[in-house]
Design a binder for this molecule. Structure first.
Ligand SMILES: Cc1cc2nc3c(=O)[nH]c(=O)nc-3n(C[C@H](O)[C@H](O)[C@H](O)COP(=O)(O)OP(=O)(O)OC[C@H]3O[C@@H](n4cnc5c(N)ncnc54)[C@H](O)[C@@H]3O)c2cc1C
Length: 475
């Protein structure tokens, strides 16, 4: 369908004020924070939005009529809410329509008896968390993008927060949800504490990245909010391997601190001002919950760390981290990578305990050899499980000319993906596949990749939903 006819038809469907093809608006609504796009935006020449228009539905019925229309006319729909994506996941393809749920921002129900809150997809996590905190509750979900992200995107990307070791990822928090399928059907998964009536259908949408439907409403569990009970401590540990062993010991002993973050020596020096002995890693610990439990957890963790020869650095580094942990969100649009001639970003993977240290070593060894312009690479573990943990690599490289920003960036990502896959780890711990890791998705899923294809085929046979995420685009 020709672009102007499409814009006209959508305006007739949901109202003129709910659709725009203004290039400045499209640029804003197509924004993705992946490192090379930030570079390219700075350059101003390399990246222009390709969508035909953006549409802002106000409710599930409008989402339904939008998707049904796009489906019937074979036009691509790129779902979006908070726009804090870092993996090209919400970037539209040429001629596509950005379906932006950020105007669906109704807080529908706080149920203090059954302990859940229901919100539309465009409710911001920051707003929701403040609303709950004022009433003595919390979602327990604190991704660094809390000031930017909204409920729909958080569920669609299978996001995880800084307090995950206690509360889990979003997949542990969603009680029920509502979504719209590409053919316009509205489906609802009800709120029950658990059921054994077939596979867990919520999980089809959690992490679906807009590839099979549009999430319109979510019910999240809520927990008591008692930050005054927190136990905090920071520790210096001489090597990353020793730190990873300590994390494993803490998890296998059965402790569940909310925060366990192990930063390597580069990050210790850069982000914590060398507070630990030179060359050490720094481990941050926060335990929360009922006061006695938080205190017992903190002391239990401290006892284990003593056995690893950890230096007790007190609570101040953690208090400082707590205050500044999301500051980067306010600075994102002011990073002038282009002027500095640098591309920088992060890349997160996960693996079992027996493999994670090897992946960290291999990436740190290979990257300087295979990326000539690499300036820095570092890593931290921020989400631990009884079976393993994640490593969140940070990297920066110099770029000679703008058209090389993407290849230089992807070369670094390639090394991280290869070393992870080689050892059976996962190529994406929490930022999703987006449209830049899809080339590795068949290897990631192996013989089960076909399930992704079959789900896509069944729910989105015309392949209108967010082309290029999760599955490789067929040539
Ligand atoms: C500074 C910074 C820090 C970050 N820290 C974290 C972190 O700690 N943990 C973490 O997990 N992530 C983090 N992220 C990544 C990002 O914030 C998360 O992926 C977040 O969940 C995206 O939410 P959003 O509302 O901004 O989604 P968007 O950016 O709007 O969309 C993200 C993806 O979800 C899809 N989508 C959006 N809304 C819907 C919907 N209603 N229905 C179906 N699909 C939809 C989009 O198509 C896209 O693929 C960070 C990003 C930044 C920029």
């Amino acid at each position: 369908m020709e672009s102007s006819a499409l814009v006209q038809a959508l305006a007739e469907l949901i109202g003129e004020d709910q659709v725009s093809s203004d290039p400045a608006v499209l640029r804003e609504c197509s924004r993705d924070y992946i490192g090379f796009r930030q570079y390219e935006r700075g350059d101003g020449k390399f990246w222009e939005p390709k969508a035909a228009c953006v549409a802002w539905p106000r409710n599930s019925v409008e989402v339904s009529s939008l998707l049904a229309f796009l489906n019937a006319n074979g036009a691509d729909a790129a779902p979006r809410t908070g726009g804090s994506c870092v993996s090209l996941g919400s970037e539209p393809v040429e001629g596509g329509v950005i379906v932006d749920g950020s105007r669906m921002n109704e807080l529908i129900e706080l149920n203090e008896k059954d302990l859940f809150v229901t919100a539309s997809c465009g409710v911001s996590l920051e707003y929701l968390e403040n609303y709950l905190n004022n009433r003595g509750w919390t979602t327990g979900h604190f991704p660094q993008s809390l000031p930017m992200a909204q409920i729909g995107g958080l569920v669609a990307t299978r996001s995880i927060g800084q307090f995950s070791t206690l509360y889990g990822g979003i997949e542990d928090m969603v009680l029920g949800l509502e979504a719209v399928l590409p053919d316009g059907r509205i489906i609802k998964i009800k709120n029950v504490p658990r059921r054994s009536a077939g596979p867990d259908l919520r999980q089809i949408f959690i992490g679906s990245e807009g590839a099979i439907g549009f999430i319109t409403q979510v019910s999240l569990k809520i927990f008591r909010y008692a930050p005054e009970n927190r136990w905090m401590g920071a520790f210096g540990i001489d090597t990353m391997h020793k730190g990873l062993d300590a994390l494993r010991e803490i998890m296998s002993a059965g402790w569940h601190p909310a925060v366990l973050r192990l930063h390597d020596p580069v990050e210790m020096e850069r982000d914590f001002g060398n507070i630990a002995p030179e060359g050490n890693c720094i481990l941050l610990v926060i335990a929360e919950g009922p006061k006695a439990l938080a205190a017992a957890t903190g002391e239990g963790v401290k006892e284990i760390l003593k056995g690893f020869g950890a230096a007790d650095l007190g609570a101040r580094p953690v208090q400082r981290w707590l205050i500044h942990r999301n500051d980067v969100c306010g600075r994102l649009d002011h990073f002038d990578y282009y002027k500095m001639g640098a591309v920088a970003d992060t890349c997160e993977i996960s693996a079992t305990w027996s493999k994670i240290g090897e992946i960290y070593d291999a990436v740190l060894e290979r990257l300087p050899q295979e990326s000539e312009s690499l300036v820095v690479v570092s890593g931290h573990s921020s989400h631990s499980y009884t079976t393993g943990t994640n490593i969140y690599f940070s990297f920066g490289a110099m770029v000679d000319k703008a058209e090389n920003a993407r290849p230089i960036y992807m070369n670094i990502v390639r090394v991280i993906m290869e070393e992870t896959l080689k050892r059976g780890g996962s190529i994406a711990h929490h930022h999703g596949s987006g449209k830049y890791r899809t080339q590795w998705m068949p290897q990631e899923h192996g013989s089960s990749y076909i399930l992704l294809e079959k789900i896509k085929e069944a729910l989105d046979p015309n392949r209108i939903m967010n082309k290029g995420v999760l599955l490789k685009i067929e040539e």
